[in-house]
Design a protein around this ligand. Structure first.
Ligand code: 0X9
Ligand code: ZN
Length: 432
């Protein structure tokens, strides 16, 4: 949904008439049609008891279906959610918050300002860095660069394809230092949700640590495993979130009714569409696709993952519920090595905590700490491939915003979390 601000657009057009500069005019018109600015959108945190929040979500969904207007609710737990509210919907929002006796706290009164600051050109250093966010081609350029700098250790790999014809590029790190054959493999999936920008950024940060650190623990981590690391497995969506709509989450496939994208974390062939997903291609957030693996990204990536030999670990990075999740996401039942996964996960979180004292919830199943959701990659990997160490990290942020100047903090946290995870997995005998 593009909510236009008629007054602003009228002003822009009038300015064009006065200035009479063709260049400025085309620019102003193009921007108003193409790019979703989120001008005047507010961000609220809403808390209350579970039943009232459930009711609130239900009412909002009904409202959305009836009026073709969308809120952007993100549930963080049973008792808290955040939502964006367009200027047109503020009155409706206030009414429901009061009716249901909920507490609403205003976090940002105009998120368009943050969206603009986040991409300020002054943040960018020449080349690649971790004090700015970069579009997909720059991220791929970094991977290419690393594969050229470390040809003995790394290989640029292609994990699949996207709807718009991009490759899903990753870096395989398999050093000859201990052995190359038969090492346990670890797959890292990042950026399946387009707008979760902190995940590709911390993943490239982690790659950089693995390749350049002279900390003996990180060097051991580099050499012990056959790493397959993919900073952005939804490159079309990421590019779209970078250039057109900062809140885009899905892929960019076109449905027959003209709506775009499916949620790539609801499209895997495990209990598809059972919980927390729907069959409406126009749903902005959790449309599961027309069938399991309807999206070329999930289909091709699942083939790549199936072909990885000795796959010991599958780690997915999301943002920004700040928790560590275990399979399965759509059931409260515990799988056979659940206790080990909890022990390993706790050590991972303890290591991460030491860096910035940021407390994560979990480890626990998504069904227990977040919400039930079927068709996610983590559940498919665990179920279809039997991979033993499967985790989803929900990193930190404020409705997908994390200050670019502080990317390194979460990068260091994630690096320590990986150290803790594999240290404890080794203690419990998951690899030698
Ligand atoms: O809903 C999701 O896909 C994830 N949360 S997010 O806010 N980043 O969208 C949770 C993923 C939990 N795992 C699975 N559902 N498989
Ligand atoms: Zn996500």
């Amino acid at each position: 949904m593009h909510i236009a601000d008629p007054l602003r657009e009228a002003n822009a057009k009038m300015n064009c008439l006065f200035v009479l500069l063709f260049y400025f005019c085309t620019d102003a018109f193009a921007a108003s049609v193409d790019v979703k600015t989120y001008s005047g959108y507010r961000e609220y945190q809403v808390t209350g008891d579970k039943e009232s929040l459930d009711k609130f979500e239900e009412s909002v969904r009904r409202f959305e279906a009836r009026f073709q207007e969308q809120f952007l609710i993100k549930r963080y737990s049973a008792t808290s959610l955040q939502t964006l509210v367009s200027p047109e919907l503020v009155a409706f929002f206030d009414e429901y918050v009061q009716k249901l006796n909920l507490r609403a706290t205003l976090i940002f009164d105009d998120i368009s300002e943050i969206i603009q600051q986040e991409k300020a050109p002054s943040l960018r250093k020449k080349g690649f860095s971790w004090s700015a966010y970069y579009d997909i081609d720059d991220i791929y350029g970094y991977l290419q660069n690393m594969s050229a700098t470390y040809p003995q250790w790394t290989e640029l790999v292609v994990g699949g394809e996207s709807y718009e014809g991009r490759q899903i590029k990753g870096l395989r790190i398999n050093t000859p230092e201990s052995r190359t054959e038969g090492k346990p493999a670890i797959f890292i999936e990042s950026g399946i949700h387009a707008r979760e920008w902190i995940t590709p950024a911390t993943t490239t940060y982690f790659i950089n640590q693995l390749l350049t650190s002279d900390n003996p623990d990180i060097e051991a981590l580099r050499n012990q495993f056959d790493w397959h690391i993919f900073p952005s497995v939804n490159p079309d969506g990421y590019h779209f979130s970078f250039t057109k709509d900062r809140m885009w989450r899905k892929t960019r496939s076109k449905s027959s009714n003209g709506c775009y994208g499916a949620d790539p974390n609801r499209n895997w062939d495990y209990n598809w569409l059972k919980h927390g997903a729907n069959d409406n291609p126009c749903d902005y957030q959790v449309y599961g696709g027309s069938k399991p693996f309807s999206e070329i990204e999930t289909r091709t990536l699942s083939q790549y993952i199936s072909n990885v030999e000795n796959l010991l670990g599958y780690i997915a990075f999301h943002a920004d519920a700040q928790m560590l999740l275990l399979p399965y996401s759509d059931s409260k039942e515990h799988n056979d090595n659940y206790n080990d996964l909890v022990t390993i996960g706790k050590t991972s979180l303890d290591y991460g905590y030491k860096v910035n004292h940021a407390k994560y919830d979990g480890p626990a199943t998504a069904a227990e700490v977040l919400y039930k959701a079927s068709g996610g990659s983590m559940d498919w990997v665990r179920f279809a491939l039997g991979t033993q160490l499967v985790y989803t990290y929900e990193l930190r942020g404020y409705y997908f915003y994390w200050p670019p100047a502080l990317i390194y903090q979460q990068g260091d946290e994630v690096t320590q979390m990986m150290l803790g995870l594999f240290k404890e997995a080794g203690n419990l005998g998951y690899y030698k």
